[in-house]
Write a protein that binds this ligand. Sequence first.
Ligand SMILES: *Cc1c(COP(=O)(O)O)cnc(C)c1O
Length: 503
Amino acid sequence: MDLSKGWVNTMLKGSSPLIFERSIEDRFAYSLPDLEVEKADISTIIDDKFVRKTKAELPEISELDLMRHYTELSNKNYGVDSGFYPLGSCTMKYNPKINEKVARMPGFALSHPLQSDKTIQGSLEIVYDMQEHLKEITGMDEITLQPAAGAQGEWTALMMIKAFHEDNGDFNRTKVIVPDSAHGTNPASAVVAGFEAVTVKSNDKGLVDIEHLKSLVGDDTAAIMLTNPNTLGLFEEDILEMRDIVHEAGGKLYYDGANLNAIMAKVRPGDMGFDAVHLNLHKTFTGPHGGGGPGSGPIGVKSELAKYLPKPIVVKNEDDSYKVEHDVPKSIGRVKPFFGNFGIFLRAYTYIRTMGPDGLKEVSEIAVLNANYMMRRLEGTFELPYKQHCKHEFVISGSRQKKMGVRTLDMAKRLLDFGYHPPTIYFPLNVEECMMIEPTETESKETLDGFVDTLIGISKEAEEDPDIVLEAPHTTVVGRLDETQAARKPVLRFQRDDIVEEK
Ligand SMILES: *Cc1c(COP(=O)(O)O)cnc(C)c1O
């Protein structure tokens, strides 16, 4: 296999000086014309006790060196723009550049959320319109765009569900049911919202075990959180039955719609009977993420829950102008300053408008086709725990390779040598040596084939020359890191000895 190409080789071997190490006193990266007026006396503007007495310890560097510094950093980063990134459950799809253009339009980019309503009518219209589009896509009655990420959306909706039960004098509903295949944020959000998370098992088809669910629901059930398609990439077959079981017990149904990539313009959580849903604009709706930008996790709810939505809300007046309404008496309050991450709405809004309903439907179809294509090509080499067709993602198991002494972690590390971002590994927890692969609709057949061929090649190496896999990666700046120590004992400050000595 040819390792001479790809992003890893553009990364510097060895470490180059930090921007602080390049600093030369009194060098600067800007040039301004000479002042035409007298320099202001700072003490007349800022109280002396706030005035800095020593120079800020910032690097002093020329414009060209600054440029090189950031270019070098950007080359060290790996993103969707550098290569294939099949990170299951994360929907690492292409972020169309037209989105960036719209987000940078001065009317949006230079506006401020504290401006009066009258002066930000265009921005309010975007918020309002975006809510309308998301109502249409989810089948829900009302939307809030405030939450900053999927996890915060989950928590926000659970707080609204809690407010609903308490408003009905129902203080006994302390439990939220979460499948064992759920994203870790689901039980975490339930606990942060003050509930107890109760696990419902999956059956041998990878779907929620209905009999087990029946044994769990009762008058203490606040809600069930369902991910659909679930994290195994499978569409839950018994949704309507689950809806009836939970609703009859007085609980609410929450839909984790972080990955809507398989169902957009096909089916809607609202039509399936769900009471609340969150979406990740930074996944399905092409907001850059994974170090590329902030998230956005709007939620949609049925009218019964609408009065608890976070405030303020953007409403349309009779004369078609827009207003920010703060008077929402039953609201759970603010969950994020102002309206949420507005820059991400602009990107997602541009995406929805450029695709249109037919385009979004095609996205779902191609995402599902791509995932099934890869799954069927890989199933001869890797154990496929669930045989049915998948939706936007699928899981394979490295259990065969484990018998040869090579584990999924080793194969993931080896993928780095070929310039790929590895898939999600060891998640969901109910599949041994799991690899969770999500190609998205934005990749070409050639890219999918290239990745599949590489993975099959690595499995062959596991058989014939396991050491090369066990010692991978070989081409990256650093080899295998102790990830546990990195999390337990993070070193967050740069300490090159010579710098410390100079001080
Ligand atoms: C990504 C994801 C989340 C959490 O979203 P964040 O924006 O990372 O908080 C929740 N559920 C599922 C299924 C996800 O894939």
